[in-house]
Design a protein around this ligand. Sequence first.
Ligand code: FES
Ligand SMILES: [Fe+2]
Length: 470
Amino acid sequence: MHELQRKSHGMTNNQDPNNVSRRAFTVSSVAAITAPGLLGCSEAESRDAAAPPEAAPSAAVTAPVATSQTKASGGWEEGTSIPAEYYFEPEHYRRDERFMADSLWLMVDHESRIPKAGDYFTFEFGLGESVIILRDEKKVVRAFHNVCRHRGSRICRNGAEPEPEGDQVTILQLKSSGNTPLIRCPYHAWTYDLQGGLTKASMMPKGFDLSKNGLLPCHLRVEGGHIFINLSQGDTPPEFDANFAPYKTFATEYGLADLQVGARHAYTIKANWKLLIENFLECYHCGPAHATLVTTHNWDYGLTDDEKAYRHNELKTWLGGQSKDWWSYEGKLNPGFVTGSLDGKPVAPLLPTRKEWSHKTTDMTTGLSTGYWQAYDDYVVVMRFTPRGPELIDCDVLWLIHPDAVEGKDFEAANLMALWETTFREDIYLVENQHRGVRSGGYRSGSLSTSVESNVADFGVWYMNTVAQA
Ligand code: FES
Ligand SMILES: [Fe+2]
């Protein structure tokens, strides 16, 4: 896939310095379609600093580039936003969800969430999927569908569902996270071990085979300290190793597997998953809507040429660089900022793999909606986007820091979280506000900027030509 990715970049002649995407989701998104079942990675900052800015991947590998508008089925035109019904109609959402379940490796969490044998939690995806993620007695991480093999009950409680009420009500059910030596269904008490094997099913007929009634496992990989699952029903999951090569390099560079979660926050977003992805595919909105973020990062692509030249000179002076091209500092923090903090000062000790302040930030995706990492020298913020319905998204955000850092002594959670809490709250507002507009009768597919929204355009091409046709 990475081959395809590079090839696709090589095939584009777009040298427009404005056409920089700090969040190159489309690369992976496009890859996901070109080879169904694949999930790609992309890395924005770590590309060769001398290379041209990352242009939108040529859709030549998949579909015509969205530079000249062409009619697609249903009257939709490339280079315009996706038609309204795809953002909220249940039938479209159901198809989207099945496509993701079959074709993607979904990012679940950092494995430090379940450090001990018997630790577990449930991961919910889409309208009806729930998966038990646990660590067994041998410390192996496992994933099972949270569905009893008897008559289908949820075994562990879904996180958001209320407990049954009433003083005399006595349902015994595992909570949505905790520690347990066994897994017991609340309905008829079929009981499973931590490898998913059925160990007890009372009053079943002679000949009933316990060994044929274990929990159904999900495809699972643990890489760079993060847990990924694939929910396809087939025996062979999508390719992982080749597609995750860039992520593995990134995970090693920042030592992700050894970090601890210094803070986490769960968000619920009332919008369609595609609007959130599109938001992360462009920084057109960063200047207008993320004042704090563009104070920290060199990401205000809406600057005038004079302002860009001024910023370039500021950066060059601060960094001692020689480049004449302002975009060569993509990925660099603004003068005075050594990390993604409000005041530019460190928010935690240097990560074990980082020996000095590099004044840079690196982002990484594993494709589409599932995982996004933004790394600094003292922390890595991790976002996990999970569709939960046509108009609902779960987003867990983790802040990974040095494994020995102690809160109150080495870091303050509020300080650590401040920049991305602010940024993400702004993004949530923007995306929910957009969803309300898209849902109204006054919405029409709108024209996209060819210089700063080409990734959004490519995402639309991919979605309309592949997912919407699946
Ligand atoms: S449904 Fe689980 S034991 Fe009957
Ligand atoms: Fe944003």
